[in-house]
Design a protein around this ligand. Structure first.
Ligand code: 6GU
Length: 263
């Protein structure tokens, strides 16, 4: 899998060199390239932004600079007709390229989105700063037939897309075969399938600072695996009810939907 990040802060992504993803990059499982957007400017000041048309606060990133950068990284000709043909041809060969634009105004990035992106051949991240990237940029690549995902990692505001790109890269890369040490930990974790949070985990010592698992969770030490599975599921449900009422509402909606189909 090829990952490209275009940013005005390439150093921001250097932490990836220290991570599992950086190690995967070393083995060729993941090919990660970070690009400096300013490499596609032509003026002395390497300008990437301008004031918002129609007025308002902050600065907006220029579409011309982004266009040249993304044509290069997506390997597309600048001419829209030729680009459209290149995209169609590539899709015909089953090659999947996705342009991800991190933005607080995007659709919510979830484990489902990560699972989907993990099937792509190339994911290109266009990291905006200031008030964002000129809206014609994602529009243009969508018109060319490129799969474009404008994604938000949650309901809060960051100063730029770089931290969001780091989050998305880690969530996606660990789903690729060979990137994570233990593939079992991919299936049992929170948000994977059941729509429940993960149950609490424990290790030795059995008694620690007055918290004795032999007292609070005798089932855990019983060796009775059906009982352990049952108690873990109860814990997962209790936790989800307490912490994530939104997930409980979705579970109930799903169950109602299934019942309607059965009736
Ligand atoms: Cl993807 N970008 C920014 N700037 N802020 C965010 C975000 C993304 N997701 C949540 N907040």
């Amino acid at each position: 899998m090829r990952l490209d990040v275009v940013t005005i802060f390439p150093d921001y992504l250097r932490v990836l060199d220290l991570s599992l993803i950086g190690k995967a990059a070393g083995t060729g499982l993941i090919d990660l390239v970070v690009h400096d957007l300013r490499d596609w400017t032509h003026d002395r000041h390497r300008t990437v932004d301008d004031t918002p048309l129609g007025g308002g606060a902050g600065m907006v990133m220029r579409p011309d600079v982004w266009g040249e950068a993304l044509d290069t990284v997506l390997d597309l000709p600048a001419d829209p007709t030729a680009a459209r043909e290149a995209v169609t041809a590539r899709r015909g060969t089953g090659t999947r390229q996705v342009l991800v634009v991190p933005t607080p105004a995007g659709e919510l990035f979830t484990q489902r989105t990560a699972e989907d992106l993990a099937h792509a051949d190339q994911v290109v991240f266009a990291c905006g700063r200031y008030e964002g990237i000129d809206a014609r940029v994602p529009e243009h690549y969508r018109e060319l037939g490129v799969e474009v995902r404008e994604l938000s990692i949650g309901d809060y505001v960051l100063n730029g897309g770089e931290a969001a790109a780091l989050v998305i890269i880690e969530a996606v890369a660990r789903l690729r075969p060979g990137v994570l040490g233990n593939p079992g930990s991919v299936v049992e974790e929170s948000h994977s399938e059941a729509g429940l949070l993960e149950y609490p985990v424990h290790t030795r010592p059995v008694a620690w600072r007055g918290h004795d698992l032999a007292v609070t969770w005798p089932g855990l030490l019983s060796g009775d695996h059906p009982r352990i599975a049952r108690e873990r599921r109860e814990q997962a449900i209790a936790r989800t009810v307490a912490r994530r009422p939104d997930m409980v509402a979705r579970l109930e909606a799903q169950r109602l939907g299934a019942g309607d189909r059965a009736a």
